[in-house]
Ligand binder design. Sequence first.
Ligand SMILES: *Cc1c(COP(=O)(O)O)cnc(C)c1O
Length: 232
Amino acid sequence: MKTIAERLQSALESIAQHCTALNKSPQQVALLAVSKTKPVEAIEQAYAAGQRLFGENYVQEGIEKIHSLQHLNDIQWHFIGPLQSNKSKAVAEHFDWVQSVDRLKIAQRLSAQRPPQKAPLQVLLQINISGEDSKSGVTDNAELLALAEEVNALPNLTLRGLMAIPAPQQNEEAQRLVFNQLHQLFELLRARYPQVDTLSMGMSGDMQAAIQAGSTMVRLGTAIFGERQKNT
Ligand SMILES: *Cc1c(COP(=O)(O)O)cnc(C)c1O
């Protein structure tokens, strides 16, 4: 059994290798450690090994962990799960980033509910590129640009970019096509908003193709913390 520190080390080495092959600096791709369903001890181990960006999918679970780990005050907490209106306040009060903003109503609530003494909430718009009904997210360019404009105008949010969870494709070629489409949308946004710098795509199974297509943040769960129990 490998330790979390060892898995983290290998993940960072893979990211660095993929970057080097593309003549990029490894600093251009951030690693978000997805700790959903994993205990606080697992996060502490990753933290001790130098990891600072953590992603959680479930509001209640995430907030409990944030409370338990308050003393590690340089952790950056990213909310990456589906977000219902009635949970937006808890997220606005506790997280640093929300990657799963998929509609204006949620963005408005997050902005209104962000405590004034905190830095603006950093947000990504979630894109539903494969057009699946089962996943939330914006589905076309015009819709994306309209949402971006409204989100960008909200006072307590900072629009930083896009997030996507593309469906697994038939083959690598199809996968690459989807990632490239996402990268184009990202460039479109970046041309309009100077603070946009984050394209969150790529998970344990498809990280290399995502980095090749221009991902600036990969979200790794299994690769760092090991397999999760069913349905997560
Ligand atoms: C669970 C999850 C991940 C991590 O998935 P792995 O396959 O375990 O790396 C990344 N992003 C989101 C949005 C997730 O829900």
